[in-house]
Every structure is written in structure tokens, then in C-alpha cells.
Design a protein around this ligand. Structure first.
Ligand code: ZN
Length: 416
């Protein structure tokens, strides 16, 4: 993976921050957040998060952390709200906080109460004792993070430089676990999050960013040494069958569907998508779950799978099977939840057409495109994961906890 660091650009961001009365490091934080966000093989659409720790006016430490509703590629200083650091560090060795209590703690300590909610990973950023912290869902990392038992492989690839964090739910639990692993491996420069992604940290913006690029490159090399190459992001080069799309639309617009009045479809067929969609076992592979936990809130745990020539009746029947399966998934998992859950609509967000392409569904063009972008990256990661070993993302129970996590559902409703 190529570094996008450019001294002139970095200086421009630093000077702009100073001209706006801000710390030059906040300018650099905006800059490296944007070059991370500009690479679809690092993060996509609101994925990932970044932070910088600075001294506030009173001399007390503050942390600027990505705010909910912002994308890294277009972030500006207001998208990195400032939070007092000390009260966050106070919960490091304390009692478990509930989600609402964690959000309340973060909001209470915002310097500007009108700021967006700090990222759900804010506490882990706060605990890590470095000025800059970067977190991504890089494609090459996901191809390896979604494998069974990677702990010893991570040790072999990175030595003591990257410490392995077994899968744990994002938010408070991940913050506590990640911090524990960091403290047990105090010389490490990154955290490998099983089934999820990577953190890097350093005292300069450039060092933390370059560590991210270096560690992703090492993952690419590990894949290459095993004969696996990760395709670069691909544009769609196939045309959808108009008759099929018309049939799909007719079925999705029926009464009771969330798409009855508003339906946007994003059709893509790339070499990677066709490779994935042509596998004999594509139904089993794509049933295993999403490449990183975040994705489940946008694209549901699995796609609806259909054959290219399906007419309306066959699509409708496949859709009924999907809805039944989704209800069973909900019932199974809601039964063990601590608080009562309300089922979301049981409709798919992604339709995989065997051997052909992927149709992402949304009630807006933006939602459909986001789904398409996530699937474009996911198919490249899944193809590489299957070529390397066995694609093994988080288990169903963890997918459910993520999909029905109140903090994640809130993300869908946040505007800029
Ligand atoms: Zn993440």
C-alpha cells in the first residue's frame, strides 16, 4: 500500500489550523484523517476513526476524536470534537459502563456541548498513551483478520510490534480489552482486532499514519507469500439484465416492503464480484457474515441470493425464504438479549445474482451506493480470505449484537 503523505499538503493543513487559532497538530490530524479516508482500501463511508490529544486552554489535556456522522475523507475540525481527557481515563479501571452511560460520559465532557457524539471507540483512543491514534478496516487486514486462529500468525508476521486482541464487541468492551492488551504489550505500535481491523498509534501524525501503511503492506506481503493477491478497487464493467431488474423492482415495491415507495438499486459487476458470485459455495460463504462488524447495520448479515434468470415468482419466493430466515435469526438471538429488542424489517439490503453481480438496495441513491461500495470491498476481501484459508468472520450472535446495538442503529439516523 502506497503512503499518501505529502509534506506540502501537511504544511498547508498545519498553517490553516494555526490561521484558525487551532493547534497545528489538529491541522495534521485533519490531514492524515483525510488521506486515510481517501483510500477505499483503508476505510469506507464513516468507517474507521482517528484522534489527537492536545493541551486545552487551561492546560488540562483534551482529546479530539472523530464525531459520529462524519466521513474521514471529508472531515474538518468540527468533525473531531474535543473531550476532556482526564474523566475518560478515570473509567479505565472502573466498573463496566452501559452504552447510555458511556455516551453520557463522553457528551458530558465535550468542550462544546453542541458537538456530534464522539466515536464509540473514543475510550480506547483516550486510553492509548500516544498523541495520535488511527483505526481502519483495511482490505488486506480484513482478509487475514477474518481467519480462524490468527494469533500466532500475527505474532509471526509482526513480532512484538502488533498485539492481538481477540474479538470483542466494539464500544466499551473493546476499549477495556484493547487497553488491557496494550498494557500487557507496552512496546507495541499497533493492535490487531480479530474479525474487525487495525489500530496504530504514535506521537506524530505522520508516524501513526505511516505505521498503518506499513502494517497493511505487511499483511499484503503475507497474502502474496501465500500466493494470494488482493485486487485493487474495481469499477463495475458489466451491464444488468433489464428484465431481471424490472422483476426485482416489482417484487420489492409490493405492499409492506420498506422499498414500496422509495427504492434505489446499485448494480455492480466487477471481476472480483463475479469471482465471488460464481463460486459453487457462494451461498455458504456469504452466509457467514460481514467482513467487519460495522457493515451489518447497512447491509444486514447476509445477501438474498438469486439466479440471473429468475422471474417475479421465483424472486418473490426467494425473498419469502430470506424473510423467514431473518425472522428465525432475530428470534434465536433476541431471546438471549438482556433487554427486549424490536425486529427491524426482514428485507435484504443486498441481492447477489449468481455468477453475475450484486444489486445493493436503499431507499435513497446514497444508501444504495454505500451498500455497493461496501460490497465491492467485501468481495475482494472475501476472495482473498478464501484463497488464503477460510473466510471466518464474527459469529451469528456477534453479528446480531452489532446489528441490534442501539449505538449502531443511531448511526443510520445521524446527518452531517
Ligand atoms: Zn472499527
Amino acid at each position: 500500500m502506497q503512503s499518501r503523505w505529502n509534506d506540502d499538503d501537511a504544511r498547508t493543513y498545519m498553517e490553516a489550523a494555526v490561521a484558525a487559532g487551532q493547534d497545528p497538530d489538529l491541522g495534521l490530524r485533519v490531514y492524515t484523517s483525510r488521506i486515510i479516508g481517501g483510500d477505499p482500501d483503508l476505510v469506507l463511508h464513516g468507517g474507521g476513526n482517528t484522534s489527537v490529544k492536545l493541551s486545552g486552554e487551561s492546560g488540562a489535556d483534551i482529546i479530539h476524536i472523530k464525531g459520529s456522522g462524519w466521513d474521514l475523507d471529508t472531515i474538518e475540525a468540527p468533525g473531531l470534537p474535543a473531550v476532556w481527557l482526564k474523566p475518560l481515563l478515570a473509567v479505565r479501571d472502573g466498573e463496566k459502563l452501559s452504552d447510555p452511560d458511556m455516551v453520557a460520559l463522553l457528551r458530558k465532557n465535550l468542550l462544546d456541548p453542541s458537538s456530534p457524539n464522539p466515536s464509540v471507540e473514543a475510550l480506547l483512543h483516550a486510553f492509548l498513551p500516544f498523541r495520535f491514534v488511527d483505526h481502519t478496516h483495511a482490505t488486506a487486514i480484513l482478509a487475514l483478520a477474518d481467519q480462524p486462529d490468527m494469533k500466532s500468525a500475527v505474532q509471526r508476521i509482526y513480532g512484538d510490534r502488533v498485539a492481538f486482541v481477540p474479538y470483542v464487541m466494539p464500544g466499551f468492551d473493546l476499549s477495556i480489552e484493547g487497553d488491557k492488551v496494550y498494557r500487557a504489550n507496552p512496546g507495541c505500535e499497533g493492535l490487531w482486532l480479530e474479525n474487525h481491523g487495525l489500530f496504530t498509534f504514535a506521537d506524530t501524525a505522520r508516524a501513526s499514519y505511516e505505521l498503518m501503511i506499513e502494517f497493511v503492506t505487511m499483511a499484503e506481503r503475507e497474502l502474496a507469500e501465500n500466493g494470494v493477491s488482493i485486487a485493487a478497487p474495481q469499477e463495475s464493467d458489466g451491464a444488468a439484465d433489464p428484465a431481471f431488474l424490472a422483476n426485482l423492482e416489482a417484487v420489492l415495491r409490493r405492499n409492506g416492503s420498506p422499498f414500496a415507495t422509495d427504492l434505489c438499486m446499485d448494480y455492480r459487476s466487477t471481476p472480483a464480484i463475479r469471482e465471488h458470485a460464481s463460486k459453487a459455495e457462494v451461498a455458504a460463504i456469504s452466509s457467514r457474515g460481514t467482513v467487519t462488524p460495522d457493515h451489518v447495520i447497512r447491509i444486514k448479515p447476509w445477501p438474498l441470493i438469486v439466479e440471473p434468470g429468475f422471474d417475479k415468482d421465483k424472486i418473490a419466493s426467494a425473498l419469502e425464504d430470506y424473510k423467514e430466515r431473518y425472522r428465525a435469526y432475530f428470534d434465536r438471538n433476541a431471546a438471549r438479549a438482556a433487554e427486549p429488542k424490536t425486529m427491524l424489517d426482514p428485507y435484504p439490503r443486498v441481492v447477489l445474482v449468481k455468477g453475475d453481480g450484486i444489486v445493493s438496495l436503499g431507499t435513497s441513491a446514497k444508501a444504495a451506493k454505500i451498500g455497493g461500495d461496501l460490497c465491492e470491498q467485501a468481495t475482494r476481501a472475501i476472495n482473498a480470505a478464501e484463497a488464503y484459508g477460510r473466510y471466518t468472520p464474527i459469529a451469528e450472535a456477534d453479528l446480531f449484537d452489532m446489528e441490534y446495538w442501539s449505538l449502531e442503529q443511531a448511526k443510520l439516523n445521524v446527518g452531517r
